[in-house]
Design a protein around this ligand. Sequence first.
Ligand SMILES: [Zn+2]
Length: 81
Amino acid sequence: MTKRFIAGAVCPRCGEMDRLVSFQENGKTVRECVACGFTEALVANVSPDELKTRVNQFEEPTEQEEVSVVKLLDPQDLSKK
Ligand SMILES: [Zn+2]
């Protein structure tokens, strides 16, 4: 079991900074203050609220001008000899 100091963390009980260690215990993250013995178990609740809203999905009517290329063949030009 590895205990790691939480940099910049302040103990909610004694108010000491950099006295809190964090370690895993039974799948939970436990914070413990080495100064006053305060312990706090953080239940791993991995469910970030990611709202899957598709805002960018509105149908935009694409008006495409129908460009019809008509090849005009001169029939006389074909019949010329
Ligand atoms: Zn403390």
